[in-house]
Write a protein that binds this ligand. Structure first.
Ligand code: HEM
Length: 138
């Protein structure tokens, strides 16, 4: 398959934005949990929207260049499903969870899902690193 010459740059950008987005979420989430108000102020919220929009756009660009089908490439399908879960958990952690305890739990779960998504992408396997631990070969 012939990739455009700028494919590696888009992939590098996607990976850099994955790191930036995860780091920003981790810092804002920790700040919200410790009662810091700056974390929900508009410059940080807009920075987060901007990074996430670029991250997802680069992901969709890679997806379309590779002409992947999420059903035939289960690692991609898994990543997209986990993305929905991450968005829900992230929103609970930063805003919508009714109690501090559920906020903390949602924050920890969102970080775990994010790291798992990254490892699914690197392993190109829906079970990611767990495939070896669990002895599962799909
Ligand atoms: C709309 C959302 C997304 C789509 C459609 C998408 C799609 C893709 C595609 C097609 C690749 C290229 C894989 C290759 O070159 O073989 C890729 C790479 C990657 N993605 Fe995403 N992605 C999305 C979101 C995310 C998120 C949220 C994360 C992290 C939590 C992530 C982490 C990665 C990583 C780490 C790689 C590099 C994998 C490698 O080293 O080969 N992606 N993504």
């Amino acid at each position: 398959m012939n990739f455009p010459s700028w494919y590696p740059e888009i992939k590098q950008m996607h990976i850099a934005l994955v790191a930036a987005s995860g780091l920003l979420f981790a810092v804002r989430g920790a700040a919200v949990l410790t009662g810091k108000r700056w974390a929900m102020r508009s410059p940080w919220r807009w920075l987060s929207y901007g990074i996430d929009t670029l991250l997802l756009s680069a992901g969709v660009a890679l997806w379309s260049i590779l002409s992947l089908n999420p059903v035939q490439s289960p690692w991609l399908g898994t990543k997209l499903l986990l993305l929905v879960l991450y968005v829900v958990l992230g929103s609970l952690a930063l805003k919508r969870a009714p109690t501090p305890a559920t906020r903390r739990l949602s924050f920890a779960a969102a970080l775990c899902v994010y790291l798992f998504m990254a490892s699914v992408a690197v392993a190109h396997h829906p079970m990611s690193v767990l495939q070896n631990l669990l002895g599962v070969y799909v």
